[in-house]
Design a protein around this ligand. Structure first.
Ligand code: BEZ
Ligand code: FE
Length: 308
């Protein structure tokens, strides 16, 4: 990819003649007008705006035909590697910040509501239910971590019965769905109690790379970017009448937070202290960890009203 970019002519729009600019603009206008009769006004707006921005990009960078071909080859490779468990286009959206921009537009800050962040490709719908205080780890390896908190609305009222989905990678940086043995590990759902409280055993999150063995990984390499994500634990919280929250918590002190998260998901308010506990220290629920060290953290979740 970098070879193609180096061979481009780097002409700037102001270096083209007025006649050439008119030819180019006329094509933009014709394509935009081709969508004029679109019945659905929103679809019309999307297609016409996309046309304008796409042509503006092509004209601004003076795209060469080789580069256009390379772009098509890139998208074709993304299509080929995509299947039921691997979604290269979402990865592309993530590393371009398009996912986080869409989240920002659709989850505007509301009072004290917890901020949203990127969904990622590793959520599955039918994770097992655990009781409050249960363990999501299964056979996923890692340091046990006690996670507790409350679910409230922005008026501070407890939200009982909120459905809390949690999922995370093991200490080797893999989600269960990335193994071929159909294990279910490092994921579960539970419900907040009548006071809005919840707690569970998970694993202390560690950094891991997003899948980078495909075209998106090649693009990151060609541009000198790392595929590694800051350590995190995923949450999705749903409750009637309240805005569904998709978020993570990040580990305070993780150097990746400053180096940069490959999908731009970190928000200051989501960085939490994970307190390391000495081996043998009594656990909150009396669980016997056979002398292992463990960690604990707190995440109080505030849900915005559904309509804001
Ligand atoms: C993740 O957090 O698991 C993730 C997010 C975006 C892209 C790839 C992975
Ligand atoms: Fe993740």
């Amino acid at each position: 990819m970098s070879e193609t970019i180096q061979s481009s002519r780097h002409l700037r729009p102001h270096e083209i003649t007025a006649e050439q600019a008119a030819v180019e603009q006329s094509l933009v206008d014709t394509v935009v007008a081709s969508f004029d009769k679109t019945e659905d006004p929103r679809l019309r707006q999307l297609m016409q705006s996309l046309t304008r921005h796409l042509h503006a990009f092509i004209r601004e960078v003076r795209l060469t035909e080789e580069e256009w071909n390379a772009g098509i080859a890139f998208l074709t490779a993304a299509g080929h590697i995509t299947d039921d468990t691997r979604q290269e286009f979402i990865l592309l959206s993530d590393v371009l910040g398009a996912s986080m921009q869409t989240i920002a537009i659709n989850n505007q800050a509301h009072k004290s509501a917890t901020e949203a962040t990127v969904f990622g490709p590793f959520f599955v719908t039918d994770a097992p239910e655990i009781p409050i205080g249960g363990d999501i780890a299964g056979e996923a390896a890692g340091q046990p971590c006690w996670v507790e908190g409350t679910v409230t609305d922005t008026e501070g009222r407890p939200v009982p019965g909120a459905r809390i989905e949690v999922w995370e990678a093991d200490e080797d940086g893999f989600y269960d769905v990335q193994y071929t043995d159909h294990r279910v590990a490092g994921r579960a759902h539970l419900f907040s109690d009548e006071d809005g409280k919840y707690a569970f055993w998970g694993l202390t999150p560690t950094p891991y790379p997003i899948p980078h063995d495909g075209p998106v990984g090649k693009m990151l390499e060609a541009t000198g970017r790392s595929p590694v994500r800051a350590s995190h634990l995923h949450f999705m919280v749903t409750a009637a009448g309240l805005r569904t929250l998709v978020t993570h918590i990040f580990v305070e002190g993780d150097p990746r937070i400053d180096i940069g998260d490959s999908v731009f998901g970190v928000k200051e308010s989501l960085i939490k202290r994970f307190e390391l506990q000495a081996p043998g220290r009594p656990t909150p629920d009396g669980r016997d960890l056979s002398g292992r060290d463990w960690a604990r953290t707190r995440f109080d979740i505030v849900l915005a009203p559904a309509e804001v």
